[in-house]
Design a protein around this ligand. Sequence first.
Ligand code: URP
Ligand code: ZN
Ligand code: ZN
Length: 467
Amino acid sequence: MGILIRNGVLVTAGDTYRADILVEAGHIKAIGANLGDGSETVYDAAGKYIFPGGIDGHVHLAQISSRGTALTDFSTTVAALAGGTTTVIAYATQKESTGILDSLEQFREEQIEGKSAVDVGMHAYLRSPNENSLAEFPALAEAGIPTVKLFMAAKGSAVHCDDRAIFTALRKAKECGMLVMVHAENSDLLSVLQQEFVDSGRTEPLWHGRAHPEVAEEEATVRAILLAKAAAAPLFVVHVSCADAMRRVREGRQSGVRVLAETCPHYLVLDASRLALPDFEGGKYVCSPPLRDAANQEPLWRALQESWIGVVGSDHCAFNFHGVKDLGKGYFPKISNGVPGMQDRLHILYTYGVLAGKLSLNRMVDVWTTTPAKVFGLYPQKGSLAVGADADIVIFDPEYSDIITAASSLEGIDYALYEGFVRKGRAEKVFLRGELVMDQGKFVGHLGQGRFIRRAPFGSAYDAPAL
Ligand code: URP
Ligand code: ZN
Ligand code: ZN
């Protein structure tokens, strides 16, 4: 038996129109009027928007952080569903002395299968690539994991990548439909500043921010873009946090480099003053790159609206404040880096982007799901309202309003990043492959309903220069 969603206003990246949607066997069967044969379960969406399910291309779950602390696991993806996200792409780290594919296969079996509330893809988070890891790239693409993340910061750690590693990875990736993603911060600059601050007793969370200046991100962003130019390869810059790095992405694109970029909700609405909150409250907001001065926010919103940045991922990386974040009290290098974000990505974009006149509704859908689907090899199966696509569908009530609190968080930690923020609109009903799984904020599905999704090679659904 199918379902029929009637009277809603469908919003896609390119269009806004009134139509009914008929769903059968987990897929969208038809879009139009006078659909179905009367046997369907009918949902009346009058006064509501219909979005394709969200895709969060940047989450960290079920990992051990570089500070040795544990992140929340895939059962907390219920939080993503509450915010209309039906697919996440999670970083899975290559293990020491294990091949990439074997590491990721183990992660999928142990952490994802049977646990997730949403569909899941994986990005390979590499130890510094060598000949062996590069040789695995074709098999990774074949296994539906066409993305690798390289880390430019943290020289001396196993995941740090120097220019040689990045350049060789870019060249190899291009040959086999893989996309290289970089965390762009200049490692040397960061470590000199960190040492100076620690040596002079400046160890509060505020100094974490000062040890990661904007110019360190800008420099590494430029370098990664030029390495991509040298390799004639595409590049994806994750979590662009400041206007100067964004401008470097824009210049790179204008000069013909296939550079794509992501920013995150926290850089759009929170600023560096949070790090200076008393009583170690600032520790809640420690992430890398850090929160920036508020003057960066308008340029980032504009970059989203004007397509210089095409993706908003949450960089969800959630730790308890008590017992985890506060291990770094009195010594910022020990603070577990990362903030939660899976639940409120849509709410921040809608309330502070669309309703504030900074982002059109279509553009919101684009950066929230459609471009992520295209870049990460999920389109048109996901990220679109189209006949044949997975029936990942959100009925969004634009009239709903509440206040974000830790009590309403489903992220599995003891604080809310956006505590006290007004949240307008909500994903009233969320369907995952045609099943109603979230209803009025209540999870009505089951853990384990999420499937591992094999993604298509980079470029199969997306032509970056055309953007
Ligand atoms: O602080 C952050 N963003 N932690 C997550 C790991 C990363 O580098 O994205
Ligand atoms: Zn990162
Ligand atoms: Zn991250």
